[in-house]
Design a protein around this ligand. Sequence first.
Ligand SMILES: *Cc1c(COP(=O)(O)O)cnc(C)c1O
Length: 426
Amino acid sequence: MSAVPPDWLTKGLPHIWLPYTQMLTSPPPLPVVATQGSRIKLADGRELVDGVASWWTACHGYNHPHIAGAVTRQLRDMPHVMFGGLAHAPALTLARRLVELLPKPLDRVFFCDSGSVAVEVAMKMAVQFWLNQGAGGRTKFLSFKGGYHGDTFATMAVCDPEEGMHSLFSNVLTKQVIADLPVDEASEWAFDAALDAHAGALAAILVEPLAQGAGGMIFHDPAVLRKLRRAADRHGILLIFDEVFTGFGRTGTMFACEAAGVVPDIIALSKALTGGTMGLAATVATSTVFEAFSSTDPMRALMHGPTFMANPLACAAANASLDLFASEPRLRQVAAIAAALARDLEPCRDFAGVRDVRVQGAIGVVELDQINDMNELKRRFVESGVWVRPFRNIVYLTPAFTIAEAELKRLTDAVVAVLGAWSKAW
Ligand SMILES: *Cc1c(COP(=O)(O)O)cnc(C)c1O
């Protein structure tokens, strides 16, 4: 705490614009100089045990040598080349391997750079799927309260309208149909009614399967996804799974859709795709969706193409990440983390002001009534030597799957200690 902040921080801070941060009242960000495994090293020499895995991306821990090696080799051969008219092994190999991992008939991969754009592409695919078949009236989406699908304009419109971080823009956003997830009889009835009312205008139903992430870390039963699949089939509309958060083991299976035995028509993947190394995302569609774009008419081609799509460095990192899923027992590690989180966060349930403690895979959540002094809570976690980033009324842990048992215990101990003090004092 004592050390002078580094020069680059004091000189650069007046020129940087931070995400979702009121910079006038927030403490400055912590200067970080290195990462390793589940550790974040700060400029003053302190090390924090990482409970966030950098927004859920670094599933193998930081600086995994297998990924670093693959990226270094790729950097030597070809850091980037355009994907229009040219193809390269990292991208085509990755596409084939993703399809091998995903349930059939998901089998056509489109690459882009971020989760928001992967969802945008999924939405565009759905709308154009119908346009290409002469059903231009199907332009709307049904999505769910508690959902989060990104920060761009199309994705903001399908986030939770109030809880989402975008209520400010409600007048600018396209109006979509936002329903409660059909988790009980009343919400099922309302969902069916919303669907009946709008079915003719809908291109697709869009959902984060099993776990809604940035919208509040809310979990639902796999049966809900079967219900959505049946409803989509009944009305002949597409089903899109946004697995940007849940994809690659986070909820306990490689993809959340596997837990329900449900296959969506389109799936969006990103966060853990490169093991947290670089930005990359994929939108994968079934052969049926792809067929609607197959034509002699150039205007029926998918009208999208980001400049840096399928960046070879990012694809090399993703291929190396998939190697690790194949060679190391990641899903067993997730199951062990789930058991430890459930056991070691449980004491929080007895604290005043704690509303719920819940675990799904390697996601542990303590939901509070409210957090009055967010900056103070964050400060106390750092003081305890851990990197935990509460949001709204949620304190959560989403560690790397490779986290050591003792490091995970330090995280859960810190959450119990800090929230124990919080429930008494503030
Ligand atoms: C993070 C996230 C996104 C947006 O991804 P970005 O890479 O931040 O654009 C979309 N959907 C879900 C479910 C996410 O968790």
